[in-house]
Design a protein around this ligand. Structure first.
Ligand code: LLP
Length: 441
């Protein structure tokens, strides 16, 4: 099991998170329930922030990639921890603004930002917008002109490094809906285009090579390639970029097939990156760029546990044993989408030996609605509390009301206290936007 101080098995043999007994949480708040460990989230934000402060003279910024988990409380925590955030939609921006997040520390992404989203961003004085198409540059230039400002922008580039969980490859692949490729010259052309825009202030470049990546070398390589490109731009166009945003992507522990990195261990990723940036800058006679990283998953992923109540159990001899829970793909679609793996335990019998392999099934009317396949568990019974670990990232943020199930509530736990950060939905929430036109009445 994941080993850290705020996630453990207590004297009653129950799972405990942030000092709260998971069985009590299930009783007090109901299931399914997303539980978020505040200390873990803050510790992760701090380790990145402090590493930039200590190893890079504070010449950079950590952005929390809020697509991993977006709600007002998380923006408030990020703001208290003095980091920035990245948003990818009007909805994420609205949530950040409503939480009082300082908008100059917001970076906005998206390969197809809508006109209303760009208008909102300029209106809200979003610090930096990461431009990802020619017509977006035109629209943004026009909007900034109307607002009487010069909007800070980065260009999203494609460095030709593609990373996967256990490997990375260098590729000249230009087939991506994101960014402008370095190798085919489009990134350079886009740079020239933006530099001519009166109301856009080009600060530098952004890239993001993938997610759930464990190899430090893939980040190092992306940074080196981006800096080689910056040197070429300096030589060709006389423009020396200020900023390099290297994106997110650091991997987390889901099962024992993954590396288990301690909170402090994540500093090593950043140190490797910083080392490479310093070295390349010296080699290329470039000034040290303002360095940005955008971790999402690694900040909230392992901070989250989802609690469910076990219901129907179906044993198909010689085939499979299904243990159904009161959630499913509507609160965690990641198995259905990516065949993701998770570690599951029984929170009320967390000390018991696993005696069988079962498949955790959701309650949706769909055979592929599974949470984890063939996972070891003690013999589960109706009423047990199942805990799925490492569900803090891309679970709530990708949840839906499929089958008109409720998106579960979320609580923040710390020092034995639990508070709602997302309230439970009600049946009325589900029909809130439904309309019966007159002729159907
Ligand atoms: N920056 C950009 C531009 C991104 O596209 C992403 C993630 C991040 C930062 C944060 O990456 P992270 O540190 O979280 O790996 N739904 C998928 C993950 C999609 C990631 C999309 N972009 C999943 O559930 O695995």
């Amino acid at each position: 099991m994941n080993s850290r101080e705020t996630l453990k098995i207590n004297g009653k043999g129950h799972l405990e998170i942030g000092g709260c007994d998971a069985v009590d949480l299930a009783k007090d708040f109901g299931t399914p329930l997303y539980v978020f460990d505040e200390k873990y989230i803050r510790d992760m934000m701090r380790v990145y922030r402090d590493t930039i402060a200590e190893e890079y003279n504070g010449n950079g910024l950590v952005l929390y990639a809020s697509k991993a988990f977006s709600c007002m409380a998380i923006y408030r925590i990020a703001s208290q921890e003095n980091i920035g955030v990245d948003v990818v939609s009007g909805g994420e921006l609205y949530t950040a603004v409503k939480a009082g997040f300082p908008t100059e520390k917001i970076y906005m992404h998206g390969n197809n930002k809508l006109l209303r989203e760009l208008e909102f961003a300029v209106d809200a004085k979003v610090g930096t917008i990461v431009v990802d198409s020619y017509d977006e540059a035109d629209i943004l230039d026009m909007l900034a002109g109307k607002a009487g400002i010069r909007q800070n922008v980065l260009i999203r580039i494609n460095p030709g490094v593609e990373a996967h969980t256990h490997a990375f490859v260098q590729t000249a692949r230009t087939d991506s809906k994101f960014g402008f490729s370095i190798s085919d010259g489009t990134a350079e052309r886009m740079t020239g285009y933006i530099l001519k825009k009166e109301h856009l202030n080009l600060k530098g470049y952004h890239c993001h090579i993938g997610s759930q990546i464990f190899e430090k070398q893939s980040f190092v390589l992306a940074a080196q390639k981006a800096m080689d490109f910056m040197a070429k731009i300096k030589a060709d166009l006389g423009f020396e970029a200020d900023t390099l945003n290297i994106g997110g992507g650091f991997g987390i522990w889901y099962t024992d097939e993954d590396a288990k990195i301690s909170v402090d261990g994540y500093a090593e990723y950043l140190k490797a990156l910083i080392g490479a940036v310093k070295q390349r800058a010296a080699e290329l006679s470039l000034k040290l760029p303002y360095l940005i990283i955008e971790p999402g998953r690694s900040i909230v992923g392992e901070a989250g546990v989802t609690l469910y109540t076990v219901g129907a159990i179906k044993d198909i001899p010689g085939v499979k044993k299904y243990v159904a829970i009161d959630g499913g793909m509507f609160d965690n679609p990641r198995y259905a989408l990516y065949q993701s793996k998770y570690t599951v335990l029984l929170a009320n019998r967390a000390n018991e030996k696993c005696t069988e392999k079962v498949t955790i099934a959701g309650k949706c009317c769909e055979s592929g609605d599974l949470i984890a396949v063939d996972v070891p568990l003690p013999k589960a019974e109706r009423g047990d509390i199942a805990a799925v670990l490492s569900t803090g990232a891309y679970n709530y943020s990708m949840a839906s009301n499929y089958n008109r199930n409720f998106i579960p509530a979320a609580v923040l736990v710390n020092n034995g206290k639990a508070e709602y950060i997302v309230k439970p939905q009600t049946y009325d929430d589900l029909i809130r936007n439904d309309v019966l036109p007159d002729y159907l009445k």
